[in-house]
Design a binder for this molecule. Structure first.
Ligand code: HXC
Length: 258
């Protein structure tokens, strides 16, 4: 698929996906969502790709779903077409780690898209928000669910009900983002993290992603058993032998995803 609203670059085992609708602050329309879902699925199947970085522009990661596109839609239309549902399902099916590198506005669907990634690295300029309430609607792709799990009820209610933005420092304090860096360092930091992940056994990194995500779905006892069984299963891999041998031989492990 030729992309018009995103840019995909694959280099050194990293797929960098850049949202690219600069005139609308990367507002998410059907085309962008379709292209993004396609690019993510392609990164999942591309054996060269070991980690994905999703980013936007300096001014905006994404300012939300495209309001002009949504304005005249009817209930029957958004319900029957399940607005963005199939594309989001496709993104959620990606098993390789995804890092969101966020600069500027990450609002509404933009904040939700960042939260769909496995972790967020933010520039000091980042602003997160769920301002859908100002439009007479509410968050629709994770803003009441993932945000609550990330920052707790008080802040999630505050942001969803008042529409106020959270700056990068508050987002880091609240557990929404893992690191905050100066704007000029954002991509260096995100790509550095992606390279670190790409060096590991992809069997481990995919298993870790699955296990951490499981913690959101099941009670603790079940999650702990799931984790233990997946940990046990990694002893069936050559990479476990290589990783432990390399440690004991004081050398860098050469993982082969086997
Ligand atoms: C369509 C948008 C847009 C959006 C910005 N633009 N956000 N177009 N949908 N979500 C467009 C503007 O219309 C404008 O186009 C251009 O981008 C630049 O934006 P400005 O508003 O002029 O920039 P600025 O004054 O710097 O303000 C930035 C901003 C503001 C604070 C981010 O644009 C804003 O509040 N945007 C809307 C944020 C929002 O409500 N998001 C939630 C959307 S609903 P022109 O042509 O005039 O230059 C949602 C639901 C998700 O996300 C659930 C889906 C299932």
């Amino acid at each position: 698929m030729a992309y018009e609203t995103i840019i995909v670059e694959v280099e050194d085992h990293i797929a960098k996906v850049t949202l690219n609708r600069p005139d609308a602050l990367n507002a998410i329309n059907d085309q962008l969502m379709t292209e993004l879902a396609d690019a993510m699925a392609a990164a999942q199947t591309d054996s060269k790709v070991r980690c994905i970085v999703l980013t936007g522009s300096e001014k905006a990661f994404a300012a939300g779903a495209d309001i002009a596109m949504m304005k005249d839609k009817t209930y029957v239309e958004v319900f029957t077409e399940d607005l963005f549902g199939p594309e989001i399902d496709a993104i959620n099916r990606v098993r390789k780690p995804i890092i969101a590198a966020v600069s500027g506005y990450a609002l509404g669907g933009g904040c939700e898209l960042a939260m769909m990634c496995d972790f967020i690295i933010a520039s000091e300029t980042a602003k997160f928000g769920q301002p859908e309430v100002n439009l007479g609607v509410m968050a629709g792709i994770g803003g009441t669910q993932r945000l609550t799990k990330a920052v707790g009820k008080a802040k999630a209610m505050d942001m969803n009900l008042t529409g106020r933005f959270m700056d990068a420092a508050e987002a880091e304090r609240s557990g929404l983002v893992s690191r905050v860096v100066p704007p000029k360092k954002l991509m260096e930091e995100a790509m550095g993290a992606a390279h670190k992940i790409a060096e590991k056994s992809m069997i481990s990194t995919m298993a870790i992603k699955e296990a951490v995500n499981k913690s959101f779905e099941v009670p603790l006892r079940e999650g702990l058993v799931f984790e233990r069984r997946v940990f046990h299963s990694l002893f069936a891999t050559e990479d476990q032998k290589e990783g432990m041998e390399a440690f004991l031989e004081k050398r860098t492990a050469q993982f082969r995803d086997k």
